[in-house]
Design a protein. Structure first.
Ligand code: ATP
Ligand code: MG
Length: 439
């Protein structure tokens, strides 16, 4: 019993006291058996969505038509889903319709893999009709039921198979693997958003390099609705090798050594950036990749900034005044956040930054120090505002204002002018006199 399950136990008790069979289900049961920390606790119940809403004081009808109600209990949210089957899968995608059922068995039958189709009752007993515990023990990822049928129902399961195999260090069962290879073209029917969500979980998982190897070796990346050539990391030779049936199972074990270093980084964003650096993607390719995976614009912007900075630093670096000025110019161009991210990645994975540019630890430390010493790295941090400059100028506002602020920022960042209001105003006045601007 983990704390997370203990905290969720009252929900099972409440539903049971009303006569509704209820269990913990899916990832939380799997992770409990594996001794991993739980991400979230999901509950499956015979109660109808209306009965779930009636049973708890604080609920949110998150996915009412699919039977999922979010229950808030002691400030933690739980997804409580009515036992259901799925039918009428539309074009190899998840179903348009679900039917609520009374039996747990039917609910477990619709789930993707044996390790995800286990339930845990409130007394701690495990209900495991498909041998999920045995598969976990033996290190096997296996579809529930007939793999051909299951992957055809919802082709996203192909990508999920890779994610679970890589994250939990499992071999993909032979029949499941063959079905993946037979039906991989069906990935073309899956929305890129769903693929993107799975990819984020892969990159954040325990072995993204293994996931990448599986993806490359299986050729899956060529079959998504929008192909992802940016991520094909394995060599052609490994690819050919893996196509011989005997070595298919070994596919996931071939790793790109550089890609493997990603796990030294904590955040998904750092890992994605490091991956793009390892694969030598340029700004445009990285941007395209994130666009295809439907990631938020803010994420693309940050990725583009750090890749842009990385590219700009590829030419090498001198630890002199010229180097310092160049670093500060890049810092202002790409932003402090990108510079910090690049330093974090370079410190964790020296291989990534030292190869071409010859960045040593000493250089990275110096860059850190210079970064910390910069008094202002954005116009927001400047001790004068646009309105201050307008007040002392005789001009109406115009594009010159942004230009002047930018000049002041560069001077302040490089330490030529102190970042205080008086000094900056004086410099601004001098600049206006020297270089009068007009509309
Ligand atoms: P994680 O810990 O990464 O969230 P998870 O197993 O909880 O892993 P989810 O995507 O959150 O994965 O799904 C919860 C459960 O729902 C799964 O364990 C599985 O039983 C079922 N499930 C999710 N997606 C599918 C799918 N495409 N087909 C069949 N069953 C699925
Ligand atoms: Mg989950």
């Amino acid at each position: 019993w983990s704390d997370a399950l203990t905290r969720a136990l009252p929900l099972l008790h409440t539903l049971e006291s009303l006569g509704h069979e209820s269990v913990f289900v899916g990832g939380c049961v799997r992770d409990t058996i594996m001794g991993r920390t739980l991400k979230d606790v999901d509950i499956a119940t015979a109660a109808s969505p209306e009965q779930v809403i009636a049973a708890f004081p604080h609920t949110i009808p998150t996915g009412l038509q699919h039977g999922t109600i979010t229950v808030v209990h002691e400030r933690i949210t739980y997804e409580v889903t009515t036992f259901r089957t799925e039918s009428a899968y539309e074009k190899f995608r998840r179903p348009a319709q679900v039917q609520f059922v009374k039996s747990l068995d039917e609910d477990l039958l619709r789930r993707d893999f044996t390790i995800n189709s286990m339930a845990m009752r409130s007394d701690g007993s495990i209900y495991d009709p498909f041998g999920g515990q045995r598969d976990l023990r033996e290190g096997v990822l296996r579809c529930v039921g007939d793999p051909d049928a299951r992957l055809q129902e919802d082709a996203l399961r192909i990508v999920r198979a890779v994610r679970f195999a890589a994250s939990f260090d499992l071999r993909i069962a032979v029949q499941t693997w063959r079905a993946i290879m037979r039906h991989k073209h069906l990935l073309a029917h899956i929305a890129m958003e769903r693929i993107g969500l799975e990819f984020d979980k892969m990159i954040g998982g325990s072995d993204p390099a293994r996931a990448a190897a599986y993806l490359a070796v299986s050729g899956l990346l060529k079959h998504t609705k929008e192909p992802l050539p940016q991520l094909m990391v394995e060599s052609a030779e490994q690819y050919k090798l893996a196509h011989e049936e005997a070595s298919l199972q070994a596919a996931g074990n071939s790793r790109n050594a550089l890609v493997q270093t990603m796990t030294r980084l904590e955040s998904d964003e750092d890992r994605w950036a490091a991956l793009c650096m390892a694969l030598r993607l340029d700004q445009g390719q990285a941007d395209e990749l994130f666009a295809r995976l439907r990631y938020a614009t803010a994420r693309s912007k940050q990725l583009k900034a750090v890749i842009g900075l990385h590219t700009a630093l590829q030419v090498g670096f001198q630890l002199d005044e010229t180097g310092r000025r160049k670093w500060i110019r890049l810092l202002l161009q790409y932003g402090k956040q990108a510079a910090q991210q690049w330093l974090r990645i370079g410190t964790a994975i020296p291989e990534l930054v030292s190869a071409e540019a010859g960045m040593s630890n000493a250089i990275l430390e110096k860059l850190y120090a210079w970064l910390e010493a910069v008094p202002a790295s954005s116009i927001r941090e400047l001790a004068v505002k646009g309105t201050d400059l307008l007040a002392i100028s005789k001009q109406p506002s115009g594009p010159w204002l942004g230009g002047l602020l930018n000049e002041l920022l560069h001077a302040a960042a490089a330490g030529e002018i102190p970042n205080d209001k008086q000094s900056l105003l004086r410099a601004a006045e001098a600049a206006m006199l020297h270089n009068p601007r007009s509309e």
